[in-house]
Design a protein around this ligand. Structure first.
Ligand code: GLV
Ligand code: MN
Ligand code: MN
Length: 414
């Protein structure tokens, strides 16, 4: 006998706390970077919980982890729900984990209620969504959607010196119970629940965002090479100072690009100087530039502007300028069939919702290229994310999981 499936709030909140303990930081966040020991521990815990419930456990060559609850018709492609488990170095406990754990809760709720869905439902934890330890982000979902291949990134080096190929192999080996499956298996649709990571839902007091699109992102790495020299003895006209070039370029792009366009985003998040000595003019300064815009042409123009400003600054300071593009994610639109299912579910549950565009990139951006996809957003306090202070109220966690469960029920019907 089956009954109406219900999210178990206590179990979901406990699960969020259990995973927040893996890589916990003293300030209440998590450091569970992609393919690290902590990331492996989180995958293992999820896989163990899946096995305890009798769900199938699979991983592909990108170490994307899948937990499968069988449906009535095993020939139908499964519905995919989930997100990621990796975090920023000083990340919050909800970015990625909330979507993965809410999806797992939906699977458990269906099992508890004895519901047999027409098609199988699989929970996914995609590999390296954040892109902080190994660039680019969304590696697992890009590989899944054939927008890239792990072999392209095997040589990627982490800021801690680790090589992606080694860390990927160790992560795959850490889960010998998982059956290995070919990457990119057919799915019927993908739904990803995530925290908004911005202030709109909280400000408007709306518990659910129905994400219709994701803005585009480009990551550039700019390096200025000059000449190391003595800080005290080298007059201005003798200097080839890459820090002067970096400071000038950063000031120009910060001052011009965002103030001129309220939709534009520009962030310089990492900067390094070599040799990094207080009284040596550096020989090399490199920094990252993250630029975003919902419009592809405007984003391309922003990239051009960054390149021109950097090259101009390099020239003025007598330095060689090298600019490499690390990420190029075109803006994406989600499938109306999936956003409609989210809206209908919210209506049926009596939960207020509103359409919105995501400022962050997500695995759904890439999966949406090969299957109908969309996202469910829940509010986070003060819009703060990529920060240990990230916080989502219990009430919003439960509303999100109930919405995801309802959408999964609708979309798992043949
Ligand atoms: C995802 O983590 C992003 O930076 O948008
Ligand atoms: Mn995320
Ligand atoms: Mn993130």
């Amino acid at each position: 006998m089956s009954r109406q499936p219900e999210v178990n709030p206590a179990r979901l909140l406990r699960s969020v706390a259990d995973f927040a303990a893996i890589g916990a930081t003293p300030a209440g966040g998590v450091n569970r970077q992609a393919l690290s020991v902590e990331d492996r521990a989180a995958r293992r815990l999820l896989a163990e919980r899946a096995m305890a419930r009798g769900f199938g456990v699979f991983q592909d060559e990108a170490a994307n982890l899948f937990l499968r609850r069988e449906g009535r018709d095993t020939a139908l492609p499964p519905l995919l729900i989930g997100s990621h488990l990796d975090s920023q170095p000083t990340g919050g406990r909800f970015d990625g984990a909330l979507g993965t754990l809410s999806a797992f809760e939906a699977l458990e709720a269906l099992a508890d209620a004895g519901i047999e869905t027409d098609r199988a439902i699989e929970v996914v934890a995609f590999t390296n969504e954040e892109g902080s330890r190994f660039s680019p982000g969304c590696m697992g979902s890009m590989a899944f959607a054939r927008a890239g291949s792990m072999s392209d990134w095997r040589g990627a080096q982490a800021t801690d010196g680790a090589l992606l190929a080694d860390e990927l192999a160790a992560t795959l080996d850490a889960l010998p119970q998982a059956r290995v499956r070919p990457i990119g298996h057919p799915i019927s649709a993908f739904v990803e629940l995530h925290i908004e990571q911005g202030p709109i839902l909280e400000r408007e007091d709306v518990p659910i965002g129905v994400v219709t699109a994701v803005q585009g992102t480009k990551w550039l790495e700019v390096a200025f090479s000059g000449e190391a020299a003595h800080a005290g003895t080298t007059p201005l006209e003798f200097r080839k100072d890459p820090m002067g070039a970096a400071a000038a370029a950063i000031a120009r792009i910060q001052d011009d690009i965002m103030p001129a366009d309220p939709e534009a985003r520009l962030t310089v998040g990492r900067i390094a100087a070599e040799p990094g000595s207080i009284n040596v003019i550096p020989s090399r300064v490199s920094f990252t530039v993250d630029i975003r815009h919902p419009d592809a042409a405007t984003l391309a123009a922003m990239e051009q502007r960054v390149r021109e400003e950097c090259e101009g600054a390099g020239e003025r300071w007598g330095c060689r300028t090298a600019i490499q593009q690390r990420v190029d994610m075109a803006p994406g639109r989600f499938a109306p069939s999936v956003t409609a299912a989210i809206e209908e579910t919210c209506r049926a549950l009596g939960i207020r919702c509103r359409p919105m565009v995501s400022g962050a990139f997500h695995d759904a951006l890439f999966v949406g290229r090969v299957a109908p996809a969309a996202m469910i957003f829940v509010p986070c306090r003060n819009g703060v994310s990529h920060n240990e202070a990230e916080f989502v109220s219990d009430e919003h966690i439960i509303a999100g999981a109930r919405t995801l469960l309802g959408v999964a029920l609708r979309l798992s019907a043949a």
